[in-house]
Design a protein. Structure first.
Length: 473
């Protein structure tokens, strides 16, 4: 059996690895559009900051590691067209075309960076990477940004967008010594958490010298006039209509991604939410013997149903499912909760599940309660306060969402995982207190911080199990 995986990132490589694990005799070919298979795109900001010392360190596995599993890598090769009926894939490399036959095909074409409607970002004569204007998504983009950093020694930067990558790049460029201005068109940074937690992230940026301009829409990027400081001029308008101009040596545009579905759509694959490839829980596209996974496909969310939520963790899981099912298995992708965490200088923010408005749209009757707790016993030196926002359904008492903000050493990532596990298994907020979690004063408390957050929700809402017989009065 010949399996072909299109894409050398999380989904494609995970599919290939799983197929080789289950069927060591299977012929597995991975078509990779560049020379960098299995590189951590999520790690790019830390290479650009200098914290990761060499770009090769971003590889999850080397090319030799991957080939040692028995898969065949076709590097710098572009997938052009899928002949569904003929079970063939047209590929091009070094200017030549080839038809690659397959028994099963996995599409993992990923996503493309969104190019917002900013004058000067596209078109003839527009400033580009050579002028210090960059989008950031691929290793090629990474090398272009590093070239700007190393050859022009920029002193100032404007970052357009304040989502996860935008925040990480504000941290990275500040760490390199640049003066950074961050522009976000929404009212607060990190819009995937509630505005109050976003405001805490905002304050952390400001505390490290980042100028943060929210409710600010960038309209144009132009080359600076002779004599002006900086190479570029960024023109924007605020929500109140005020014009804002910032001069900078480099501009980074990171406002999100969209699914790369041209190859699948041309093969008549059905598209779903936000134009992503529609797949079932087994990652089947509906085209015979064609699967898809990763940032190019819709996401099955455990609470929302079908959505689009491109995450590396999700892509790895979906790829594993696709690789197993391409061999005839019947594994199901269990669904996402959108669990995410980001480090911003000395702090971290995380979320899982749903916020109020998302929970209401999903049919819950949500209540969100904010509270604080120490990450470990306060009498042991070095404790940090964690701000928590727990969202539960007032009818069933079910935990449906959690958001955390606290010091980077306060185990924010692992604590959000506790909440994610509880939501994954449909636990009530009351039942979270029953979890048998570890404790020692330097690392925690008898009641884990997340448990204290859920108990604060119970006190605030006065929710009680229906079976409770004692009159609460």
């Amino acid at each position: 059996m010949h399996l072909v995986m299109i894409g050398g990132s999380d989904a494609g490589i995970s599919a290939a690895l799983r197929a080789r694990e289950l069927a060591p005799g299977a012929d597995v070919t991975v078509v990779v559009g560049d020379a960098f298979p299995n590189f951590s795109i999520c790690g790019i900001p830390y290479y650009l900051s200098g914290e990761v010392t060499h770009w090769r360190n971003l590889a999850h596995r080397t090319i030799a590691d991957l080939e040692a599993t028995g898969m065949s890598l076709r590097l710098d090769t572009t997938a052009r067209r899928i002949d569904v009926a003929g079970h063939k894939l047209l590929i091009t490399a070094d200017g030549g075309e080839e038809l690659l036959g397959y028994d099963k095909l996995v599409i993992g074409t990923g996503a493309l960076p969104i190019r917002p409607p900013i004058t000067g970002l596209d078109g003839p004569g527009a400033p580009g990477p050579g002028d210090g204007v960059h989008l950031l998504h691929s290793m090629g983009d990474t090398f272009a940004v590093m070239h700007t950093l190393e050859t022009t020694a920029p002193a100032t930067a404007v970052i357009v967008g304040a989502g996860y990558i935008g925040l990480e790049m504000a941290d990275a460029l500040t760490t390199r010594g640049l003066s950074v201005t961050q522009m976000e068109q929404l009212p607060e940074v990190l819009p995937t958490v509630d505005p109050h937690l976003g405001a805490l992230v905002h304050a952390e940026l400001a505390a490290h010298g980042v100028e943060v301009l929210t409710s600010t829409t960038v309209q144009a990027i132009t080359r600076a006039r002779p004599g002006q400081p900086g190479r570029l001029a960024v023109e924007a308008v605020t929500g109140s209509g005020e014009t804002v101009t910032r001069l900078a040596d480099m501009v980074l545009v990171v406002v999100g991604v969209r699914p790369d579905t041209t190859l699948a759509a041309d093969a008549d694959a059905r598209l779903g939410v936000k134009g992503a490839i529609a797949v079932d829980a087994g990652m089947r596209t509906g085209l015979p013997d064609v699967f898809a996974a990763g940032d190019c496909v819709v996401t099955h969310h455990r609470l929302l149903g079908e959505t689009y939520l491109p995450l590396g963790t999700t892509a790895h899981k979906q790829g594993r499912v696709a690789g197993e099912n391409a061999l005839g298995g019947n594994r199901q992708f269990a669904g996402s909760l959108g669990t995410q965490v980001v480090k911003i200088f000395d702090q971290a923010a995380a979320r899982t599940g749903l916020r109020d408005h998302e929970a209401a749209a999903a049919g819950f009757d949500p209540v969100t309660v904010e509270s604080q707790a120490d990450d470990h016993k306060a009498y042991y030196p070095g404790s940090h306060r964690i701000t928590m926002r727990a969202t539960g359904d007032r009818v069933t008492g079910r935990l449906v969402g959690m958001q955390l903000f606290g010091h980077k050493n306060a185990e924010i990532a692992k604590r959000i995982d506790i909440a994610a596990t509880a939501i994954f298994h449909s636990m009530t907020i009351d039942a979270v207190s029953d979890l048998d979690l570890s404790y020692t004063p330097p690392l925690g408390s008898p009641w884990e911080a997340v448990q204290m957050g859920t108990q604060a929700w119970l006190r605030e809402t006065r929710w009680q199990p229906a079976k409770l017989l004692v009159d609460p009065r």
